[in-house]
Design a protein around this ligand. Structure first.
Ligand code: ZN
Ligand code: ZN
Length: 190
């Protein structure tokens, strides 16, 4: 799709190709004011400059929105996939590569579901655990960078622990692995 004589111009970079603009149905021309590249760059800059409080507020807003729009979001994802499976797959791969901590988290949640240890009504999210633990690893006490995040079950699921926020702690992936290795050495029959 190339540009049409729409008169659309990104005020920041001068982009005129309307395929380079995201949709925004709230606007008269149904396109974002700025091109995707500039819009994304601005969002990135804002996220880098925001305070911890602003970050929590933003994440809470998204979590609430996502929870109350689950069906629409799923339908939109399905449409994107049907429109262009290759592109949708590439987007998923890119997202996974930049959010290794969430991939680990969702994988552990899926395992918990398969083991039947999910509690009905229990809201488990990385954000809740991260906030409660103030971003500190409960094993070494040091701050945990987003990409190094892992969630440890205090009582392992294998030992009858429940998949509840109360039984989960924020930890470095490295500390979590070391703890598991020590546990295995201590009880080699497992
Ligand atoms: Zn632009
Ligand atoms: Zn640690």
């Amino acid at each position: 799709m190339s540009s049409t004589p729409s008169g659309k111009v990104c005020p920041t970079c001068g982009e005129k190709d309307i395929s380079k603009f995201g949709k925004n149905n709230a606007r008269a021309d149904r396109l974002m004011l700025k091109c995707k590249k500039c819009t994304n760059a601005e969002g990135q800059k804002r996220r880098e400059e925001e305070t911890l409080e602003q970050r929590e507020e933003r994440l809470a807003y998204h979590a609430t929105y996502n929870a109350s729009h689950r069906e629409q979001l799923n339908a939109a994802a399905k449409r994107r996939y049907q429109n262009d499976p290759e592109r949708a797959k590439a987007e998923v791969s890119a997202w996974q590569a930049s959010h290794p901590e969430l991939v680990r988290f969702y994988t552990s949640q899926r395992r918990a579901r398969e083991k039947g240890t999910l509690q009905p009504g229990e809201q488990v999210s990385m954000r809740l655990i991260y906030q409660r633990d103030h971003g500190l690893c409960y094993i070494c006490g040091k701050p945990v960078d987003r990409r190094e995040t892992s969630i440890d079950h205090v009582v392992a699921l294998e030992s009858g622990g429940q998949n509840t926020v109360e039984n989960m702690r924020l930890a470095h992936q490295k500390c979590n692995k070391e703890k598991r290795t020590k546990a295995l050495v201590a009880s080699p029959e497992v």
